[in-house]
Design a binder for this molecule. Structure first.
Ligand code: CP
Ligand code: NVA
Length: 335
């Protein structure tokens, strides 16, 4: 991908909201990941690029990674951040979501929100002139998928040709990864119990994206379908806000990622998890703590991928400092 194509793609992101991965196209994802790798290699070169910019974070659910990576990341680039804890008072409870947004846009440059209902994000986007970023909703976690894309590239796995396997609940993280693969052109095998497959409506939309890129998306109940995968990904069986349901857990037990499951994928497969992990449920210690695990690279990359997104949305990419490095070259050499 030529460097001027990357700049054009980043320029096109100015002022946009990102509620799901499908709000981005292939060139934009590639350019964001290249910028994220560049940032990671030399934060000092990006000092003060977000000076005088303000980020407000609205969270209806708990968080470790998302909160810390946005707060620390934005501040590292010179911006200021304020956090509003909405765990006890949903956004829109005290005053309508539209009024809330119309106030925030007078003080802030960007809103990051973690919500139960995706519609809350849509309402903010429709009533605000500043970018809205989805920090996890009931059906998407786009910032996680971008960080995961960066981790795959750093481990030498090109998104255009990767085979990503998902085992577990067909949840928000799964849907965002399906969108990422569908846009980039790789292959994804999603193994769930029949009762917990990804949302059918969104899967149909994702299949339409895959038809354009040449990606392949397979939904199955059979773990042997992950043979030869480049990476095996899992997540909590019960997402935040869902009822702890014994039947659901029982149906997922045969999809715990164990050394035997990793053996099906093969010795070179990476293990991935967005975290927090529930050891003994979706994954066992021997896998998450083992040599194939890249979970903490994923966690670290939340900050870099999100900062790349912030720089692009706020039109603050310092073009002269956008230097190549090894991971950027992987992105440059694949199509
Ligand atoms: N992966 C992730 O979003 O983690 P947190 O819930 O801790 O933010
Ligand atoms: N699927 C999980 C992801 C947490 C980062 C949840 O929604 O709780």
């Amino acid at each position: 991908m030529a460097r001027n194509t990357q700049f054009t793609a980043l320029e096109a992101l100015r002022g946009r909201s990102i509620l799901r991965v499908a709000d981005l196209n292939k060139d934009e994802i590639r350019a964001l990941l290249a910028l994220a790798c560049t940032l990671k290699a030399d934060y000092a070169a990006f000092r003060d690029t977000l000076a005088q910019r303000a980020l407000v974070m609205l969270f209806e659910k708990p968080s470790l990674r998302t909160r810390v990576s946005f707060e620390i990341g934005f501040q590292k680039l010179g911006g200021c951040v304020t956090f509003l804890d909405h765990r006890n008072e949903p956004i829109g409870a005290r005053e309508p979501v539209a009024d809330y947004g119309r106030n925030l846009e007078r003080w802030c440059d960007v809103i990051v929100a973690r919500v139960f209902k995706h519609e809350t994000l849509v309402a903010l986007r429709e009533n605000c002139s500043i970018p809205i970023i989805n920090a996890l909703s009931d059906f998407a976690h786009p910032c996680q998928a971008l960080a995961d894309g960066q981790a795959l590239v750093e481990h030498g796995i090109a998104l255009e040709t990767c085979h990503l396997a998902w085992l577990g609940d067909g949840n928000n993280v799964c849907l965002s990864l399906m969108e990422l693969v569908a846009i980039m052109g790789g292959r994804m095998t999603v193994v769930t119990p029949p009762t917990h497959a990804p949302c059918a409506k969104l899967t149909a939309e994702i299949r339409a994206l895959a038809a354009q890129s040449g990606a392949s998306i397979t939904l199955t109940n059979d773990p042997s379908a992950i043979a030869g995968a480049d990476a095996v990904y899992t997540d909590a069986w019960i997402s935040m806000g869902q009822k702890d349901c014994a039947e659901k857990i029982a149906s997922l037990r045969k999809l715990t990622v164990t050394p035997e499951i990793m053996h099906i994928a093969g010795p070179n497969a990476k293990f991935m998890h967005c975290l927090p992990a529930h050891r003994g449920e979706e994954v066992v210690d021997a896998v998450i703590d083992g040599p194939q695990s890249i979970v903490y690279d994923q966690a670290e990359n939340r900050m870099h991928a999100q900062n790349a997104l912030m720089l692009a949305l706020l039109h603050a990419v310092p073009t002269a400092r956008f230097a190549p490095n090894a991971a950027v070259e992987i992105l440059a050499n694949t199509r």
